[in-house]
Design a protein around this ligand. Structure first.
Ligand SMILES: [Zn+2]
Ligand SMILES: [Zn+2]
Length: 348
């Protein structure tokens, strides 16, 4: 009896690991009105244009079939890093500069203000460890900075960071995450998709993206996910957070354009059968950039935490290949070193 149970378990295990599983996600419905449709309620959110029906067995399947992808592995991976003590944040910029702290964390310094995207200065994203220290020290972030958070996954929302950034930082979060931030004694502004808040001279708007949410203390899809438009009279920034490809980029570009800087994730895309719903690959990220009609693309979500099957330094190489193949303009894509500070060129 024991042998039979064991052998049938082994058979299930082998059949799961040897086959590419069917993709059960429904097709994307590109009707723009679905971007504005009801998308759930507190505790249960969804993407109306393409509800996800991924099951926990898919994650199990991925776990047992891992390493199927054979990219070009280098040891150590090629992720450039430059020294930056963050001292430039102390004095106003003449115009604006963006610094890559790593993964999805950018520090945008626009004249006298600093804002952070998905700030993560911690050592781990739950389990995966950082490949390199943050591009600037956490202590360099000024007390009047503000932050936008896309969702609660551990590579985007980090408890250490919330606790160690100045208490005066204002946190813009999607619905359901405000209480988590406030429990840490921080100020949160919670917004639904398409809702805006004014913060000094900034207009901060929560926009839909195609993703999901979960962390240990927050069950699946119980808190919302989003991207952010952060704009002042001179410049408009778009931060995509974490997202799969969907028709929302065109709509966001139309509604808020012209967008100067688009921070778009390009990593964590293999294997495609499970990742395509929630993560752009470089081909899709470039397509999103074109849909947005933005001036500059700042690729992120690569090089810091190993989350999926592709080599951690593959996304920028692949992105370059994709742009060249499409005959696109490589000089509009800014692939940063960790810690690199880039001054946004004056308008044309
Ligand atoms: Zn995520
Ligand atoms: Zn992520």
């Amino acid at each position: 009896m024991y042998i039979r149970v064991l052998s049938s378990t082994l058979l299930i295990f082998l059949s799961l690991s040897c086959s590419v599983p069917p993709d059960r996600t429904p097709e994307l419905n590109p009707d723009p009105s679905l971007l504005y449709a009801a998308h759930g309620q507190p505790g249960a959110w969804f993407n109306p244009w393409r509800p996800s029906n991924k099951h926990w067995t898919d994650l199990f399947r991925w776990a047992v079939s891992r390493s199927a992808y054979s990219g070009e592995w280098r040891d150590p991976p090629l992720v450039r890093r430059v020294d930056n003590d963050g001292s430039s944040f102390a004095a106003p910029e003449a115009a604006a500069a963006v610094t890559w702290v790593g993964h999805s964390t950018f520090a945008v310094h626009d004249t006298g203000d600093v804002f952070l995207t998905d700030p993560h200065f911690g050592k781990r994203a739950l389990i995966p460890a950082r490949f390199h220290p943050p591009g600037v020290p956490i202590t360099s972030i000024p007390a009047d900075a503000f932050a936008v958070v896309s969702h609660n996954h551990y590579d985007h929302l980090d408890a250490y960071t919330v606790e160690h950034l100045p208490q005066t930082v204002t946190w813009f979060v999607p619905l359901g995450l405000g209480e988590w931030i406030e429990k840490k004694g921080r100020k949160a502004v919670e917004l639904d998709w398409w809702q805006s808040a004014q913060h000094g001279r900034w207009r901060v708007t929560c926009v839909p993206v195609q993703h999901w949410s979960q962390r240990i203390e927050q069950s699946r899809d119980s808190t919302l996910w989003c991207g952010w438009i952060v704009a002042n009279a001179e410049r408009t920034y778009f931060f995509a957070g974490d997202t799969g490809y969907f028709h929302g980029f065109t709509e966001i570009g139309k509604k808020f354009g012209p967008i100067d800087v688009a921070m778009i994730p390009v990593g964590a895309y293999e294997p495609r059968w499970i990742m395509h719903y929630s993560h752009l690959n470089p081909t899709e990220a470039y397509r999103a950039f074109l849909d947005l009609k933005a001036r500059w693309m700042l690729p992120c979500h690569w090089g810091t935490f190993r989350l999926t099957d592709e080599p951690i330094d593959e996304p920028p190489r692949e992105l370059q290949r994709v742009v060249e193949q499409a005959g696109g303009r490589l000089d509009s894509i800014k692939i940063f070193a960790v810690g690199e500070r880039w001054e946004i060129p004056a308008g044309q």
